[in-house]
Design a protein around this ligand. Sequence first.
Ligand code: HEC
Ligand code: HEC
Length: 251
Amino acid sequence: MNRNWQLLLISTLLLATTTISFAQVPWPEKAKNLKVLPANTSTAQLRQTMFAFSNALGVNCIHCHVAGEFNDWSTYDFAADDKPTKRIARIMFKMVDYINNEAMSEVSEIRERSVDVSCMTCHRGNTTPKSLQQTLAEVIEAEGVRAGIREYRRLKERYQHGMAFDFSEAPLNLLGYQLMGEGKLDEAIEIFKLNVEEYPNNFNPYDSLAEAFMENGQHRLAVIYYSKSLALNPENTNALQMLEQLEGEQK
Ligand code: HEC
Ligand code: HEC
């Protein structure tokens, strides 16, 4: 555990859902069961590490530690290894250490390293670090586009103010094109419609929706949405070209 292992702990002490008081955690004088943290880890370092783990994953202590009651510290057995999540956290810790100290060591031969990988680098407040596009694509694959849209709304409600997912127009746009690429035009149209609904003042969602309609042979709708996109952004040359092409066809 050499190169600045403390770096992976950088974190503001902001636990997401706190109905329990973290001020009262009975931190042990000396931890009993450390397998990846250095044996001489101080109580302050342990506390900082545990807050960093919790923040990075967007969870509370009970996600990894055995406890009878979530909000009763006397029922916690922090040294126990029963929970798979605690054991996975150790593997993750070793992985992060390997990435920083081994995998990226040669970068220093090219230029000075300025960034260390931490739990937060991947997790960003999410137990399963997966992009919005990937998450929704999986739901759509399994349960259809309606379920995908419901999942989008649920995630947005829950994570809107966090950093777990990117709720800009980009992921839905990418998802729409991914679906188009898979030949799922109806699904793509529904996703682009959702993006237009979410971002009614951005030109690009209209442009993408128009493209999907065009691809689907719905040229009248394509004209409507390319025009809308062009109105929002007169510099959208793609929409201009497409409109000329579509109007040419109609003559
Ligand atoms: C993502 C999983 C995870 C979360 C969340 C987490 N911990 Fe831990 N905790 C661990 C792991 C892994 C160890 C063991 C580290 C090692 O093996 O060196 C540990 C060790 C500890 C220990 C030392 C136990 C001992 O005696 O060996 C204490 C105390 C502790 N955690 C408290 C907490 C508290 C309090 C919270 C909530 C603020 C918390 N942890 C959140 C994974 C987690
Ligand atoms: C390089 C990216 C990356 C980094 C860095 C990373 N993780 Fe993970 N972590 C993942 C991925 C990917 C998964 C999901 C693995 C799976 O189940 O497919 C995961 C899963 C987990 C899980 C299981 C979550 C659950 O609830 O099932 C825990 C716990 C965890 N990570 C803890 C940590 C901790 C603690 C750190 C920092 C020491 C860390 N991770 C750093 C990528 C990362």
